[in-house]
Design a protein. Structure first.
Length: 404
């Protein structure tokens, strides 16, 4: 008697009539456990044939091999101290690589030479930081350096020649503008050329792969320099008019007899003048830098970042108008000495927290407008209680209804 060969899977012959039109890959069946007490006719040959039948179906000739998923970038959500330690380890690892070490050392040396070349302009910028309007200036370079350290990625080598040529052209153009600014003694323009000069060094040495993650911290350095004198004069007048108009409207809404004459608010017999210091320019410069910094470190969509940046100027103007309005009310309900103290001392301490609170409230509202998209499949429950997912397994009998 011939042995009976028992087998499942790809080794089973198919008749031409029952052969499917197109082969469909299915998940291999789990191995069949055969008790040791059961004897298989044919001995070891039949057992080997059974094992071969239960083995996974081999890949079809010409089929594409499965592609392993590419590793994603490192997680950003981590504590500060572990993140600093990990990034210091990555820096030390890159310094042992000759190619990456060359990029780091060359960039550091060229930036140091730029700092020495721009030392007079940077010294004048530090003098401007003594002004209350630019008191945030010393924080800007520290924030940029910290962001560059936290965002740093390895440079892709070799660097493209187009990146080197463009970086060299931007560097030469920056120094050409410096010569023109020195000829006409325009100090602020001389200061501003420091930003494109540093960006040109990063592009020329590190290439496009470096400038993709470093451009935002480098451009943020522009906030460390004061505004040109001409720009300040052109902004003061319109800002004073806006602050006076908004405050007068708010006082009238509160029921006070207020009207505006130029940049002066008349409240009964009291006259409240909106001088240059009350124009809100200081609040505007500081808050714009803060809004840009929050956009850089936040994790929001592009349109949310655009809304936040566009709202920075209106929020600064509103906060300044609130300050003037509160002062006008205090002049009516309290003595003038207390109102002056609030206007010049205490209100300045409240303006920035108030503006930050408005900004975070705006972020919360934006986060509630749209729900994030998910790739999870909808789960359906049949009338018999079985739970299935669309496209997975056999469809349950009966009409499906959403799970409650």
């Amino acid at each position: 008697m011939k042995p009976i060969v028992v087998g499942l899977g790809g080794d089973r012959p198919e008749s031409p009539a029952r052969r499917p039109a197109a082969a469909v890959d299915v998940a291999p069946a789990p191995p069949l456990a055969v008790p040791s007490s059961v004897s298989i006719p044919g001995g070891q040959a039949a057992a080997a044939t059974l094992g071969a039948g239960l083995s996974p179906r081999p890949a079809r000739p010409g089929a594409a091999a499965p592609v392993a998923p590419k590793p994603k970038h490192e997680a950003v959500d981590e504590d500060i101290i572990p993140g600093i330690k990990r990034r210091l380890g990555l820096w030390l690892e890159d310094l042992r690589d000759p190619g990456q070490r060359g990029v780091i050392v060359t960039t550091t040396v060229l930036v140091a030479l730029l700092l020495y070349s721009y030392l007079p302009a940077l010294s004048m910028a530090s003098v401007a930081w003594a002004n209350a309007q630019y008191a945030h200036g010393w924080i800007v370079p520290l924030f940029s350096v910290a962001t560059l350290f936290w965002w740093r990625r390895r440079a892709t080598l070799p660097v493209a020649m187009s990146a080197r040529l463009l970086g060299l052209a931007v560097l030469v153009g920056s120094f050409a503008i410096r010569l023109v600014a020195a000829r006409f003694r325009i100090v602020t323009i001389d200061m501003y050329t420091f930003v494109p000069a540093v960006a040109a060094v990063f592009l020329m040495v590190g290439g496009w792969s470096v400038i993709r993650w470093a451009w935002a911290p480098l451009l943020f350095l522009i906030f460390m320099f004061p505004l040109p004198d001409e720009a300040t004069r052109y902004l003061l007048g319109p800002l004073q008019t806006i602050a006076t108009s908004m405050s007068t409207f708010a006082l009238q809404t509160l029921g006070l007899e207020a009207y505006r004459e130029g940049n002066q608010i008349n409240i009964g017999e009291m006259k409240l003048g909106v001088v240059d210091a009350c124009s809100g320019l200081r609040m505007l410069t500081i808050f714009c830098a803060l809004a840009v910094g929050l956009v850089m470190v936040g994790k929001r969509t592009w349109w949310e970042n655009g809304v936040i940046l566009a709202s920075a100027i209106p929020i600064a103007l509103i906060v300044n108008a609130v300050r003037i309005t509160i002062t006008g009310v205090l002049f009516q309900v309290a003595d003038s000495e207390f109102a002056e103290r609030v206007f010049h001392d205490w209100a300045g301490l409240v303006m920035m927290p108030m503006a930050i609170g408005m900004l975070f409230a705006e972020q919360f509202i934006l986060s509630q407008l749209f729900l994030p998209e998910t790739d999870a499949r909808a789960v359906l429950a049949g009338v018999d209680g079985a739970v299935s997912q669309p496209g997975v397994g056999a469809a349950p009998r009966g009409r499906a209804r959403p799970a409650v």
